[in-house]
Every structure is written in C-alpha cells, then in structure tokens.
Design a protein around this ligand. Structure first.
Ligand SMILES: Cc1cc2nc3c(=O)[nH]c(=O)nc-3n(C[C@H](O)[C@H](O)[C@H](O)COP(=O)(O)OP(=O)(O)OC[C@H]3O[C@@H](n4cnc5c(N)ncnc54)[C@H](O)[C@@H]3O)c2cc1C
Length: 489
C-alpha cells in the first residue's frame, strides 16, 4: 500500500456489551473469540503486512446463525468483515485498523452437504477448505478443478468471493465458471436461497454472479453448488526449458491440437523464480539444469485411461516436445516418470509465493493481457521497471494460457522494505499504465481488496465505478458489509 494511502471512511459503531450478549446468544461461547492473542491470526493478512482490528471474531456454525448475526449487525449499524481461510493477497479479508465491528469467520461451516455423482455436482458449505473439496470429488471418481497454491487453507467461500483463478483456468475457467448455485446472507440478514443445480436458468438477472468476485462487500456466501468433472485418468506433466515467452505462447497454441484438446495447465516460470524456490523450500529438486531464463510447466490430462499398448498422454507429449525442439522453441524438456516427479514440478510452481515471502521485500503485480501480448508485456514491463530501479530483480511468472502474469520483482540485494516502498508508486504507475495501454486488467485473479482500491478508481471508467457504487448502495444501504473494500463510496 502506498504511504499516501488514506483509508476510506467506514462505520465505527462499537460492539457494546449488549450486542456482544446478543452475539453470544446466537453462536454460543465457542463461536466467539475475544482475546487479542486469539484474534491475531484473523486480523493480520497472509503476508503479515496488513494488521487491523476487530471487536470480536464471530464463528457461526450454520446459515441460520450467520443470518442472525448479520441481522443483529444490520439493526445496529455494525460493520462486518467476512473471512474464509485468510489467504487473500489484496487485504479484502483483513479489517482496517479503525474497524470497530466484527470479523465473521466461516471456518466452522465446513460440511459437504451432498455429492451428486450422477449429476456431476456437489453442495458444500462456505468454510470447506479447497483441498478437502478436491479430495472429496476424487473419492467419488470426480474432479473439482479449482487449484491454487493456498489450497490447503483457503476456503471455497473465499475462493468464490475472490473469483479465484489458479492453474486450471485455461481449461475449466475461473471460480465463477465452476458454480451452479449459491446461498447468500444479504447485508440485512435475509437469506437468498439460490442453491439450484441448474445448468440452464434464464430467469432474469443471474444474481449469483453478483456475489462472486464481490470480495464480501455485497453479502456472505454460506453455501454453493459446485460443478464436477470426470476424474483425470491419464496425466502427463513436463518441465520445459523454453527459448523465451514468445516461444512459450507458441508452444501452448500448438499444444491444444497436439494434445487433442487436453491441455490442463501451462505455467510460465523464470530461472530467477525457480532458483528462489530452490533456495527457500526444502526438498525441492531442480527438474532441469538448463541454461535458459524461461521454463514452462505443461500438463495434459485425459479422463480416458490409457489402454494397454495404446498411445497415451505421455507418448503424445513426447512426440510434441520433439517437434517443438526441432522448431527451436523448446531447448530441453523432461516428462515426469512418476507422481513424485510431477509433484516436484508442481511444488516449484506453487511455492513461489511462500519462497518470495522468505526472500524478503519485493513487489508483485497480478495483471492480465491478451495471451498473444504476454511476451511484449513482459519485455516492455521489465524495461520500464528497470528504468526506475535498475537493480531490482524481476521474476515474472504466470498462468500464461490465461494471459495472467504475476509480474514480480525481488528487492535489489541489500535494499530494505522501507527503501523499496519509496519506489513502489512510480513502479506501480509504470506497470499499470502499460497494462492499460495493452487493454489489460490491473487485477487478473487476486481482486482489489484494500491494496488496489485507488488503482481501480484510477483505471476504471466513471460509468463502471458509478454502476458498482449503485449496486453496493442498493444491496448494502448501511455500508456494513466489508466497508471500504473495492470501492470508496
Ligand atoms: C501461496 C498462495 C497462492 C495463491 N495462489 C492463487 C492463485 O493461483 N490464484 C488466485 O486466484 N489466488 C491465489 N491466491 C490468493 C488466495 O488464495 C485466493 O484469493 C483465495 O481464493 C482466497 O480464499 P480465502 O478463503 O483465503 O479467502 P479470504 O482471504 O479469507 O478472503 C478473501 C476475500 O473474500 C471475502 N470472503 C471470504 N469468505 C467469504 C464468504 N463466505 N462470503 C463473502 N465473502 C467472503 C473476504 O472478505 C475477502 O474480501 C494465493 C494465495 C497464496 C497465499
């Protein structure tokens, strides 16, 4: 957050002893956390850079309790910050330091209500941890494709509220594409039951999409009906040393047909990012000691099991990689021979965020441009940033098939976080101006939260901002639902 950041005005109605008693009547003592030490993990963000306050952390056990808590807050004008796994990277789930209201944690609502194996869907509570849902689907020979580095602790309510992306968007779409229905507690405490398992439903405005990506500013997601897919049965995972980002997008472009439309993931990594993971994450092996700055993690998967003697994903991929080497795009490559090798490749990709946290100060921009513009963006963007701070260390990576680049930089060696912060406004402006000039987005998958509130106001048009404000005022007239996130009202 820039030093010049002024927090938006938020309601400051305090939680009185009488309101606390009311909350206790609804959720019981087990559903309240009042001591400072107990509240600490909820009021601090994942990176540990944003620290807010909350009068109390409220942990309801079911939708009815959520509705009663929200109604009580609505009646008294108490602000609510909804939270899932608290892994969000934009501060959406972190209260402001001036927050006098409650933090509403969905973590106790972690039941899988129903798995409809034949209908390829499951109904779940908002506090289910993403990885648990992936495992639940797998135990029914089904696949829930949402997959991201924080999956061991992020929760589905948070995933939907941020419209999370991750490493399977290329094939399955982002979180909002994985949902059939939602149940939401509105800011006045009313429950909207939109838990329909319908693929076709053209009955007016599609309300569920309002709440996905709203970062808890329009209501509390309490349940969801999620889509499922057939479980993958034949998977090939490879680590490729590639010539440059242009080669990477050409490889992906050709991989669609070569894999018979079975590309699941295509992740770009740099040498600098890979080395950072190898430095900080124990047990990780470098799959390929190639002399290049760029790598691609490519995964193809099919739900059809490989038949004996028939060509499977790995054989198809081997032929494809040979062709790509011939074309000069791939310099070297290794296909995982077993699950452990594939897992190692994925751990490298998924450990970039924790490794960067261990590395120290840095800057990261979660942006997107049209896929074909990714190489030009990386090239021009790195130049623009190096013009401002020549010794900064770039390690761009990303879900390249979605045009999503995590445009990331480590602080120059020996530079502390405070000094780096002085460069942050100029670098942010340079990067986001380039994004705008390339008709891209300043937030591809992480959302706006606190961190990008002023950037959103700068780059979105008046008509878009006015429409968003009108929606917020209509649904949350008292501005109690995660106030001061996404928009200044
Ligand atoms: C290591 C790491 C890797 C990551 N990789 C990715 C990635 O690849 N792609 C990606 O998109 N993100 C990624 N993220 C960001 C983060 O994991 C996602 O944004 C995730 O979806 C947040 O889920 P959560 O449960 O932690 O939500 P929280 O952080 O608790 O909350 C996020 C937002 O949603 C709101 N919210 C939470 N639950 C509810 C609810 N039930 N109802 C209404 N509002 C709610 C909060 O108020 C907040 O605004 C990563 C984060 C980490 C730490």
């Amino acid at each position: 957050m820039p030093d010049t950041f002024t927090p938006p005005a938020i309601p400051t109605t305090p939680v009185t002893p009488a309101i606390l008693d009311g909350l206790r009547t609804i959720v019981g003592d087990k559903g309240l956390i009042l001591d400072e030490q107990g509240k600490e993990p909820f009021v601090r963000d994942w990176r540990g850079t944003l620290i807010g306050t909350a009068a109390v952390v409220v942990r309801p056990g079911n939708t009815d309790e959520v509705a009663k808590v929200v109604k009580l807050c609505f009646d008294h004008g108490i602000a609510i910050v909804p939270q899932g796994g608290n892994t969000g990277l934009m501060g959406g789930g972190t209260p402001y330091p001036g927050h006098t209201g409650i933090l509403l944690s969905l973590g106790r609502m972690n039941k899988v209500v129903e798995v409809d194996v034949v209908g390829y869907s499951m109904t779940v509570e908002a506090g289910c941890v993403l990885q648990t849902l992936q495992e639940t689907a797998a135990s029914h020979d089904r696949f829930f494709p949402l997959s991201l580095g924080a999956q061991g602790s992020c929760m589905i309510g948070g995933n939907l509220s941020t419209n999370a992306g991750g490493v399977q968007v290329l094939r399955y779409g982002n979180a909002r594409n994985l949902v059939l229905g939602l149940e939401v507690v509105l800011p006045n405490g009313e429950v909207w039951n939109g838990l329909r398992s319908l693929k076709k439903d053209n009955t007016g405005y599609d309300l569920k999409h309002l709440f996905m990506g709203a970062e808890g500013t329009l209501g509390v997601i309490t349940k969801a009906v999620l889509k499922l897919w057939p479980a993958p049965k034949d998977v090939a995972t490879a680590w490729l040393a590639v010539r440059d980002p242009q080669a990477a997008i050409e490889i992906l472009s050709e991989a669609h047909a070569a894999s018979e439309d079975n590309v699941g993931s295509c992740e770009l990594m740099s040498r600098a990012g890979t080395d950072m993971v190898l430095r900080h994450i124990p047990g990780v092996q470098d799959p390929l000691k190639a002399d290049t700055n760029w790598f691609l993690l490519l995964e193809w998967s099919s739900s059809r099991p490989k038949a004996d003697g028939a060509e499977g994903m790995a054989e198809k991929m081997e032929q494809f990689l040979a062709d790509q080497m011939e074309a000069g795009r791939v310099l070297d490559a290794v296909i995982a021979q077993n699950e452990a090798q594939a897992r190692n490749m994925w751990v490298i990709r998924e450990s970039v965020a924790p490794a960067s946290r261990a590395e120290g100060g840095g800057l990261s921009f979660d942006v997107s441009v049209a896929t074909s513009k990714v190489p030009a963006f990386i090239d021009q963007g790195v130049k623009a940033v190096l013009d401002i701070l020549p010794s900064i260390r770039p390690y761009p990576l990303g879900h390249i098939g979605d045009g999503n680049i995590h445009f990331s930089f480590m602080a120059p060696k020996g530079m502390d976080r405070e000094t780096l912060r002085q460069y942050s406004p100029a670098i942010t402006r340079a990067v986001n101006d380039l994004v705008r000039d390339m008709a891209g987005s300043i937030s591809a998958e992480h959302g706006i939260g606190i961190e990008k509130i002023d950037e959103l106001a700068h780059y979105r048009s008046k008509i878009e901002l006015d429409t968003m404000r009108a929606l917020k005022r209509a649904i949350d007239p008292k501005n109690i639902m995660n106030p001061g996130k996404i928009l200044r009202l």
